[in-house]
Design a protein around this ligand. Structure first.
Ligand code: FAD
Length: 336
């Protein structure tokens, strides 16, 4: 393992923020990981860098997880299931393609989400009516207190909307090493009701998993900026969940406010709509901006610093609060 000094993380985060890592190492095995953590107890885990905003140089050792491998075993109780385990350093979309190539169903709607397999449970990645919690059976992780590998069942992960135990009570206590999914082999349960999937599929009556994946890739590519062209971290904020009471009050002034009834007296409001109503869509402040097609995505047009993006995020938060009395929460992990 080679420890590099003072390297730029610009190409390691999809926002394209140019900050220095004082020390940087790539690890490919569990042994390498445990060895390095013994030597450097103060570290920063980096997956694909697609859900982080870096606002200053990183003094800790940056550990890029490159643990690779995919294993499968058929279910012994159910002839329509297969268990597939992937190591943390596998690229998420490549893993989805691997599953599609085998005609294993369950992850097709999550095509083209950037990042690594290891990070997928952390915020319970989701898109087009599917969340990764629907297929995860368990997560293996290194317990940083005991240095032992432990296993979390789906229930123990405490998954929620863009949330899990790894983002809340167990934040920074584990390094996820491997994730196991239960996928379908024959009778696939397709989720086609969300957004424009059906219209993109056109006349396909019984679409294949690959056709669904291609449709989703096409829709996503037309709506979201590609980090290779414009730096971004996808949705910057979560969609806020508000009380029915506040929703009813707001409807008087904003009768067209879109909403999704969550039950239990709660309503989810698209954060992108709120941001757009506040006039931020397409706005640019130097090289930091709000994407012109999707107000939920903050972008780096080239040389924005993490602090400039953060300032813009804070301006959006306070404007939304003053306008709607709604608190926005960031989906992106901010390191400041
Ligand atoms: C264009 C674009 C579109 C996106 N679309 C979606 C979408 O549709 N749905 C969605 O849910 N998300 C989406 N995202 C967000 C992002 O893709 C996911 O959050 C992804 O899971 C992040 O993976 P990563 O490996 O890049 O994580 P990183 O950004 O590297 O890390 C995120 C956090 O997890 C920690 N971490 C990473 N790996 C591990 C590990 N193995 N063990 C412990 N901690 C770890 C890091 O320290 C950091 O705190 C999008 C992002 C972009 C840029």
């Amino acid at each position: 393992m080679k420890i590099l000094k003072n390297i730029s993380l610009k190409t390691y985060n999809t926002f394209g923020i140019d900050v220095l890592a004082k020390q940087f190492v790539e690890v490919s095995t569990l042994d390498e990981l445990t060895e390095i953590l013994t030597l450097y107890p103060d570290f920063f885990i980096l997956g694909g860098g697609s859900n982080m905003l870096l606002t200053k140089p990183i003094e800790k050792l940056v550990v890029k997880l490159n643990l690779k491998g995919i294993e499968e075993s058929p279910s012994t109780t159910d002839d329509n299931s297969v268990f597939v385990s992937a190591f943390a350093g596998e690229n998420w979309h490549d893993f989805v393609l691997w599953c599609l190539n085998k005609n294993y169903g369950g992850l097709e709607n999550l095509s083209l989400i950037p990042g690594s397999v290891g990070a997928c449970p952390i915020q319970n990645i989701g898109a087009y009516g599917v969340e990764v919690k629907d297929t995860i059976t368990y997560v293996e992780a290194l317990d940083l207190k005991t240095s032992k590998v432990v296993s979390f069942s789906n229930a123990n992960c405490q998954f929620g909307y863009r949330d899990s135990i790894f983002k809340t009570s167990s934040k920074d206590k584990y390094i996820i090493l491997k994730v196991t999914f239960r996928l379908t082999t024959k009778q696939h349960q397709l989720n086609l009701d969300y957004g424009a999937i059906k219209s993109e599929l056109g006349s396909a009556i019984n679409p294949s998993l690959s056709q669904i994946s291609k449709a989703i890739i096409k829709i996503r590519s037309s709506k979201l900026p590609d980090p290779k062209d414009i730096g971004n971290s996808g949705s910057f904020f979560k969609n806020p969940v508000i009380s029915n009471q506040l929703f009813k009050t707001l409807l008087k002034d904003y009768p067209n406010m879109p909403s999704y009834n969550m039950g239990g007296g709660k309503v989810k409001i698209p954060a992108g709509w709120l941001i757009e109503q506040c006039g931020f869509k397409g706005k640019r402040f130097g090289d930091a901006g709000v994407h012109s097609k999707q107000a939920l995505v903050l972008v780096n047009y080239g040389k924005a610093t993490g602090s400039e993006i953060l300032q813009l995020a804070q301006l959006i938060e306070s404007t939304v609060k003053n306008t709607f009395n709604i608190d926005l929460q960031t989906e992106v992990n901010i390191f400041s």
